[in-house]
Design a protein around this ligand. Sequence first.
Ligand SMILES: [Zn+2]
Ligand SMILES: [Zn+2]
Length: 242
Amino acid sequence: MTITVLGCSGSYAAASQACTGFLIQSEAATVWLDAGPGTLANLQRHVGLRDLTAIVLSHEHPDHWLELPVVYSAVRYYEQRPPVPVYGTAGTLRLARALTPDLDHAFDWHVIADGDAAVIGDQQWRWSATDHYVETLACRVDSAGSSMVFSSDTGPRWQVAALGTGFDLALLESTYLADGEGHGLLHLSARQAGVQAAAAAAKRLVLTHLAPGQDREAHRRESLGAYGGPVEVAAIGDCYLI
Ligand SMILES: [Zn+2]
Ligand SMILES: [Zn+2]
């Protein structure tokens, strides 16, 4: 599998950045995971909308899905392709319908929830509900013997290991540093991401969802201290081959 970063700013995009979005590519599937504001333009540097096998949305917070109504216009009026399969929560569907009432012209929506699984081309997906303000689904993707996990947004009460262990790549939220812990916020610090990666015996850790203004090197160092394995901080255009 190849995982490409389309955007990785947490909550809102910093200058020249984009909110959360990744491209998950395997031999027989091209999946857009989270469609945060700014990621549609970056997606098209790699693939066209006609090449998409599916879109997967982790939760209804705007920084994770708000390109979708824009994609609707592209698919409905400009791109010659059948409706795009979308996997997202019931809450995200409700909001999407408010903006695009006839979304079925562009999307074939599959409501997903905790414990669900789906096969998308040659990718096997599984979801687990995290510790967040709204229904939020972390995911595990397996293809051709490789595995990755994406935490989406979560507080420390959810465990990556809920989706298994021994991942080739763990893509984990790192919104702030450890000095931001303990205020009841349902996000992960760099330290907590490192602890989670170690507990799940992940072979490689990539930090994402850093809030604008955060010090990337400080995040890398702090999570490395808790994890001990290789740590990278996501940047637009980065590509991970697993
Ligand atoms: Zn977020
Ligand atoms: Zn969120």
